[in-house]
Design a protein around this ligand. Structure first.
Ligand SMILES: [Zn+2]
Ligand SMILES: [Zn+2]
Length: 159
């Protein structure tokens, strides 16, 4: 048996097919990388977050579960989660990169408050349609897009 096979056989509970854990395990297996308890836990804690977390925020949460964990491990695992499609990195303005769930999530865009840093998600079919038309007009094959609107949120407008 190949060493990679035995590494997979060692993993404890079988993740349900199509689950986030299964996606991560398959990705690591295909690249000959080990599934570690720490990576497992980081995924678990990341999935408990909602919205848009920074690597630092995830690290703070991870320390409560696993005090011995290093920031680099959290950061590298976040990169892996992005590569296998479980997380998406977002860059809003000047702040640090943020990460949101990407697994079986619908496409959406963002409104970013430059005062409080609040982030509102939106979906707008008309905007999506117009973007496709713009690409078509320029004979451009659209692969992806990011649409961010910056301003003041409702609460910040009042102050
Ligand atoms: Zn969009
Ligand atoms: Zn989002």
């Amino acid at each position: 048996m190949a060493p990679r096979m035995s590494a997979t056989a060692k993993t404890s509970a079988r993740p349900s097919p199509g689950s986030e854990l299964e996606v991560l395990r398959r990705y690591l297996y295909e690249r000959g990388l080990k599934m570690t308890t720490q990576r497992d836990r980081i995924l678990e804690v990341f999935l408990q977050t909602s919205g848009h977390v920074t690597a630092e925020q995830l690290y703070e949460r991870m320390k409560q579960v696993d005090p011995g964990i290093g920031f680099t491990t959290v950061y590298r695992t976040l990169r892996v989660l992005c590569e296998c499609g479980l997380a998406q990195e977002r860059n809003f303005g000047h702040g640090p990169a943020r990460y949101e769930h990407a697994f079986s999530r619908r496409h959406h865009d963002h409104l970013v408050c430059v005062k409080c840093g609040g982030i509102i998600e939106f979906e707008n079919d008309a905007i999506e349609q117009i973007q496709r038309q713009v690409a078509e007009t320029h004979k451009f094959t659209l692969l992806d897009h990011r649409h961010e609107l910056y301003g003041h949120c409702e609460a910040c407008r009042r102050t």
